[in-house]
Design a binder for this molecule. Structure first.
Ligand SMILES: Nc1ncnc2c1ncn2[C@@H]1O[C@H](COP(=O)(O)OP(=O)(O)OP(=O)(O)O)[C@@H](O)[C@H]1O
Ligand SMILES: [Mg+2]
Length: 287
């Protein structure tokens, strides 16, 4: 196993634990699940205990970390309807510091079932707050919520529960329009339901610098959204797309591929922005 050491400012960080980040973009197939899983794995490799909540009925994050549908007896649906706590629904992955609350079949009906429930857009936030009040910060530094490709009630639950939103973006035609729409939705949720919320990060995924349109779109996104766009870009890399079928984050599948290195860079930058890493002092060590 490979582990990564980092210098962290633990005291300041501990007070606001865990940081809850919604990985969100209403556009399908832009790399939300890939980013939630692989950023979580990279954060775990940096020594940060991280939980992914698979809030997408497709269940790709759960499958992608080796929890097949037949092993998922409980999941985030049970948490949303108040049948079980977040801790009870958390599964361990192959990485010691990386857990996941999976999606189950029932989640497909949740968008409709939630409509008639009290506090329908706050159910996940309530579950998180209850977990925190019962057992402190839950032992996690970060909770990443993998959202479905829509702005329905499940995504709304993620945005209400989150401290910040993080948007993966594929540099292609109309990407900027989609992102502006997402930004407006986030601002609206911040105004009405969760004043803590802001679009804190954008990461360009599946980048292919040989495609001139991708270069142009990436430049536009950087010009329009400025510093919230991460310097780290995730390249299109076949190892990244193969890893989920082996039930592994790409770091465990092929540590040295360009995709793994990009997700480690993304995690370093993320931790720097969180004030947890002074100037890139993470080093990979064999354990
Ligand atoms: N960096 C990458 N290189 C190559 N393939 C990638 C990369 N990132 C994602 N993919 C592939 O692109 C597809 C879409 O990615 P992913 O499932 O992460 O997107 P998503 O936004 O979660 O999709 P959905 O909206 O359906 O939930 C997947 O097949 C994934 O393996
Ligand atoms: Mg997905």
């Amino acid at each position: 196993m490979t582990q990564i050491n980092s210098d962290t400012n633990d005291d300041a960080h501990e007070e606001r634990l865990p940081r809850v980040i919604a990985v969100v973009n209403q556009k399908g197939g832009v790399g939300k699940t890939t980013t939630a899983v692989n950023l979580a794995a990279a954060l775990a490799a940096c020594g940060q205990r991280t939980l992914v909540i698979d809030l997408d009925p497709q269940g790709n994050a759960s499958t992608g970390v080796g929890i097949p549908a037949n092993r998922r007896k409980v999941g985030v649906y049970d948490v949303l309807i108040g049948e079980c706590s977040l801790a009870e629904a958390a599964f361990k992955t192959e990485m010691p510091l990386f857990d996941i609350v999976p999606s189950t079949m029932d989640l497909s009906g949740a968008e409709i079932e939630l409509v008639d429930m009290p506090r329908r857009e706050r159910r996940l936030a309530d579950a998180l707050n209850q977990a925190k009040s019962e057992s402190g910060p839950l032992g996690y530094s970060f909770i990443l919520i993998d959202c479905p490709p829509s702005l329905g009630l499940l995504t709304l639950n993620a945005l209400v529960a989150a401290d910040g939103a993080f948007a993966p973006l594929q540099a292609e035609f109309l990407a900027l329009e989609g992102l502006s729409h997402l930004k407006r939705t986030i601002d609206l949720v911040a105004e009405r339901l969760n004043p803590e919320l802001a679009l804190e990060g954008i990461v360009i995924t599946m980048m292919d610098r040989r495609i001139r349109l991708a270069e142009a779109v990436a430049a536009d996104v950087r010009a329009h959204f400025g510093d919230i766009v991460y310097k780290a870009e995730i390249p299109r890399n076949v190892r990244v797309s193969e890893a989920p079928s082996h039930g592994k984050p790409v770091l465990l599948y092929d540590l040295n591929c360009t995709g793994s290195r990009a997700y480690l860079d993304l995690a370093r930058e993320f931790l720097q922005r969180e004030g947890l890493l002074p100037g890139g002092s993470v080093k990979v060590v064999a354990a």
